[in-house]
Structures are given as C-alpha cells and as structure tokens.
Design a protein around this ligand. Structure first.
Ligand SMILES: [Fe+2]
Length: 330
C-alpha cells in the first residue's frame, strides 16, 4: 500500500502569489507538496489499477500505439480485464514501464479518494491565494505512462492543472495569440465531431514554450492552448485536473453556438471570436438554449476496445477477434 502521511500540510502549492496571478492568462509553473502527503509507489498504483479494472472500462482509458501494414501509427483502446476476470496490477505496471501501454484512471473520487481530496484541497488553496479565482466541475484523473510515451498536440475543452508525481516529462505549449488556431477547429472538438487533436504547422514545432516537469512540479495553462507531452525516458505518474470557471463556460458555449450556427444554419461566422467580449456572451446564449432544449447535444464517441492486457499473452496483449470487441460510448 502506498503511504499516506497523516500530517497536516499547510501549503500544497508553493509559488509566488504574483506568479499565481497569471492563471487564465499565461502558463503558470509551480512546485507542489502533494508528495509529502502521498507516496505514489508501485504498491499504491497496482492497487488503483486493480480497482479500476474491477470498476470497468468507463472508469479508465487504456491505450497503446499500433502500427498498421503501411507503418502508420494509430491509437488503439483496450481493456484491463474482461468482465469477471481479475487483474494483477503489478503486471499491468510492468507493461506500462516497458512502454507498451498508456493508462488514464478516471473517477478518482471513487477509485482513489485520497487523490481526489488532495486535488480539491489544492484548488481551495488557490481560491484563498488568488483574488477572484473560482472553480467548478473539477475533474481529476491519474495518468500512468511509460518512458517513451507521448501525447500529440491537442487542446482540452476545460482549463488544466497538472501535478507531476513521478518521472520526467516535457510539456510544449503554443500561445494561440502567436500561433493562431481557427475557431472551426475548436468548434469541431467542442461539438465532438473530432478528437482533441490540433494540427501544429511543422515550422511551429520547435517554437512552443517548453516546461520540464519533475516530481513535485506542476503546470497550469490558459484555456484551449494547444499542447503536447513527451515523456523523457522514465516511468511517469501525474495527477491531471480539469475545471471550469465563469469565463471558460462562456467561451465554451460561445464556440458551441457559433459552431452550430456555422454548421446547421449555414451562417457566415468570423473565425476569430474575441475573448471576454460582449459578443462572446451574446453568442453563448443560443448555445445554452440549444443545450437546455436538447436541440443539439454533443455526440458520444463510440470506441471499440480491441485488446485485453494479459501478461501471459505474447507482448502482454491479447487481441480480441472482431465480433468480440466491446463498444463503449464515451
Ligand atoms: Fe491535455
């Protein structure tokens, strides 16, 4: 069992208040004390993995990168266990460390309540320290990934605080005011027409801001900034948290409404919704109405689960025949 210290921690986030005041505007890099409260060792992780497996695939994302006959890479999703099967959390961990699997454990309030409580405590601390900071829809998940794992450029539809716990990773962030992303791309993601991937022009690749994360470090960056992650050769564990605040909700619904207007009503809409404007608020109203009236709700994505993690199978992966792949709506 991973150790949970009983001592009271006065401060979970160590950062100059001036730096914290940059939240929502610029990336904020900080130190955190979560490792004084919790030790995310293999015993603790294996236990969480076994709990996630038991709870079922709506509680986690298990992925690996597969190459097709043409050598093209694709992400494939799988299962920790079939219904009724038990899982050896240590065996799954060994495969993640070998670089084969990437795991995101969701629903931490249920599966790792101590971690969800720490996230809430950190947010409440920020609320005390930063005037005007408020949060809702806080969602926490645990990212467990191997030495060479990477996440290609994408945007998240809520704002993120990442608390790094084990290993080293590099996050690259692109400031949308310097590297503009058209609204149409954001709309597609919000309307769930596509995954969260964002195309970064080759000439931008080395021009983003780089943040190297080690245990005890964390990062926050403004809403809908494109970002990519590269693990730096060792086993990684991070607590990832997402939240909304009034202005992020307004922007979300403005893009939602704008996306609907463009697609359903064929309206000509500019592609550069200004932030924080009255126009943004006005454009948010139809989005709220459409959602409230259920005229349009974002699609759920259907995901086929193509394999089961199985230490006794070749390469630790048991592939499921086509007719036997569970389809998940996520
Ligand atoms: Fe992300």
């Amino acid at each position: 069992m991973g150790q949970i210290a009983s001592k009271e921690i006065e401060e979970l986030i160590r950062c100059e208040t001036d730096v914290l005041n940059g939240i929502h505007k610029v990336p904020v890099v900080f130190k955190h004390n979560m490792l004084d409260v919790i030790t995310p060792d293999d015993d603790w992780l294996a236990d969480i993995i076994a709990r996630a497996a038991k709870a079922g695939p709506m509680h986690y994302n298990l992925s690996l990168i597969e190459r097709d006959e043409q050598g093209k890479e694709r992400w494939v999703q799988g299962l920790l266990a079939r219904e009724g099967e038990s899982v050896d959390g240590y065996a799954v961990l060994a495969q993640i460390k070998a670089g084969r699997l990437w795991l995101q454990v969701e629903h931490l309030a249920e599966l790792a309540p101590e971690m969800a409580a720490l996230a809430r405590a950190a947010y409440d601390e920020i609320k005390r320290k930063v005037k005007g900071f408020t949060y809702f829809n806080l969602y926490s998940n645990l990212l467990i990934s191997g030495p060479n794992a990477r996440v290609t450029p994408h945007i998240d539809v809520a704002e993120v605080f990442l608390f790094h716990l084990r290993g080293h990773k590099r996050m690259t962030l692109w400031d949308p005011s310097r590297f503009p992303i058209p609204d149409t791309a954001r709309e597609s993601i919000i309307l769930r027409e596509q995954l969260e991937d964002i195309h970064i022009k080759p000439e931008w690749e080395n021009q983003g801001m780089e943040v190297v994360l080690a245990p005890g470090r964390g990062v926050n960056f403004p809403l809908m900034w494109p970002h990519a992650v590269d693990n730096l050769g060792d086993f990684n564990v991070s607590l990832q948290t997402e939240f909304h605040y009034p202005a992020s909700m307004r922007r979300y619904y403005a893009l939602y409404a704008q996306g609907l207007a463009r697609r359903r009503l064929g309206m000509k809409v500019a592609n550069d919704l200004p932030q924080g404007s009255i126009g943004e608020s006005l454009r948010a109203v139809p989005g709220l109405l459409a959602k409230a009236l259920r005229l349009h709700s974002p699609k759920t994505r259907k995901v086929a689960l193509e394999f089961v993690a199985d230490a006794s199978a070749e390469g630790g992966v048991r592939w499921l025949p086509e007719g036997q792949r569970p389809i998940l709506s996520k």
